[in-house]
Design a protein around this ligand. Structure first.
Ligand SMILES: *[C@@H]1O[C@H](CO)[C@@H](O)[C@H](O)[C@H]1NC(C)=O
Ligand SMILES: *[C@@H]1O[C@H](CO)[C@@H](O)[C@H](O)[C@H]1NC(C)=O
Ligand SMILES: *[C@@H]1O[C@H](CO)[C@@H](O)[C@H](O)[C@H]1NC(C)=O
Ligand SMILES: *[C@@H]1O[C@H](CO)[C@@H](O)[C@H](O)[C@H]1NC(C)=O
Ligand SMILES: *[C@@H]1O[C@H](CO)[C@@H](O)[C@H](O)[C@H]1NC(C)=O
Ligand SMILES: *[C@@H]1O[C@H](CO)[C@@H](O)[C@H](O)[C@H]1NC(C)=O
Ligand SMILES: *[C@@H]1O[C@H](CO)[C@@H](O)[C@H](O)[C@H]1NC(C)=O
Length: 305
């Protein structure tokens, strides 16, 4: 009995506490002192810039940079990863970022660690990205950080000519691509050493994750230092979800937990929460009263009885 009472008290204290916090967060997140645009990019909550109340937690903090590295143009960056943000989608729970490619222009093998998103609420979207390998007879692959699991890889052909955008898959260029697994958020890119005669004609080998639609449409010629768009999925960290967001569910929106997959003997991602406006509502489910009813033309035809 006492135990139950204590539990009840704790629970009610918790909910009062989180309600108050949620209300405060709500006011502040909507407060016009939070900027929601950097350059040409819209920055909706849970992402945000400036004061701590403008974003849900540090994973979602954006800095708007305008310096020589951005050629004087304001550009948003995810602060924790120093990755340039190209676009944020609330309904898809995705963010497009600009990601460095891996290149090898010598005979030394390359092992590049892509581990900035390890243990973060971000992961590479398996449906929007592809792993591309380019160069003459280039064998490249993706491995788990402990080197025990291979996620995928392929060997590009040789002597088929340069890549022409839109036509990479018709078998005429030195290029191959492969799908990536679910919940990938950290990996090693390996490029096997080149044979020496290729160095003479100056061709480099490349391997990179890229937004597959963008790749088909816009990718042209690779050079060692370029960055390409990749699509990341995101969700809210469980601690931020319970302390900062307004509640598990309501008529206007629903949230659900995305559990990690266990591959080998460790999780590649963490649990996260994503929310969506309910059918008939639209807007931003991460803001209180963020989902507003849609008045469809159907309503106009409901007769008075
Ligand atoms: C917005 O926040 C600032 C500083 O936190 C505060 O001074 C201001 O009153 C707030 N405005 C609204 C409309 O809540
Ligand atoms: C991901 O792919 C789907 C089509 O499968 C597309 O509708 C969506 O816009 C893509 N997302 C991003 C962020 O590019
Ligand atoms: C590429 O690989 C093929 C098959 O293994 C081989 O016949 C060819 O000589 C290689 N080309 C170069 C330029 O290394
Ligand atoms: C790509 O290939 C298609 C046929 O597969 C052709 O019609 C088109 O002109 C090619 N595009 C380019 C840019 O070479
Ligand atoms: C592939 O694309 C190249 C370059 O545009 C073109 O010359 C060739 O005819 C295409 N091959 C096929 C099988 O469509
Ligand atoms: C470009 O890449 C080359 C070779 O990988 C490297 O030596 C050089 O420092 C890079 N340049 C810049 C501006 O990052
Ligand atoms: C993997 O994640 C699940 C769900 O969060 C958790 O129950 C499990 O203990 C984790 N396993 C490891 C090995 O971290």
């Amino acid at each position: 009995m006492v135990g139950r009472l204590v539990l009840w008290t704790i629970l009610s204290l918790l909910s009062i506490n989180s309600l108050a916090e949620a209300e405060a967060a709500a006011k502040l997140a909507k407060n016009s002192s939070c900027k929601d645009r950097c350059g040409g990019v819209h920055i909706p909550y849970p992402f945000g810039m400036g004061a701590g109340h403008c974003y849900v937690d540090n994973w979602f903090e954006i800095v708007c940079k305008k310096d020589s590295s951005t050629l004087g143009i304001p550009k948003p960056f995810l602060k924790r990863f120093n990755q340039e943000v190209l676009a944020i989608s609330i309904p898809e729970s995705t963010v497009r970022v600009s990601h460095r490619i891996t290149a090898s222009c010598s005979t030394t093998p390359v092992n590049e660690y892509n581990m900035e998103f390890e243990n973060s609420p971000f992961a590479f979207s398996e449906s929007n990205n592809t792993f591309v390998v380019m160069g003459c007879n280039n064998s490249a692959s993706m491995w788990s950080l402990d080197g025990r699991i291979i996620f995928g890889g392929c060997k590009s052909p040789c002597g088929r000519g340069r890549f022409i955008h839109g036509n990479r898959s018709n078998g005429t260029s030195n290029c191959c691509e492969t799908e990536i697994p679910y919940h990938l958020n950290a990996f090693i890119t390996t490029i096997e050493p080149k044979v020496s005669h290729n160095i003479v004609n100056g061709e480099c080998n490349y391997a990179f994750l890229v937004d597959k639609y963008w790749f088909q449409k816009y990718f042209t010629v690779p050079t060692p230092n370029i960055s390409v768009p990749v699509v990341l999925k995101w969700g809210i960290h469980p601690t931020s979800y319970s302390s900062k967001l307004h509640g598990p569910t309501s008529k206007q929106y629903q949230c659900h937990r995305n559990d990690p997959t266990l591959l080998g003997d460790h999780n590649f991602t963490i649990s996260t929460y994503t929310c969506a406006c309910a059918h008939g509502y639209k807007g931003n489910p991460y803001l209180p009263q963020g989902c507003q009813g849609i008045y469809t033309s159907l309503n106009l035809f409901i007769p008075c009885i």
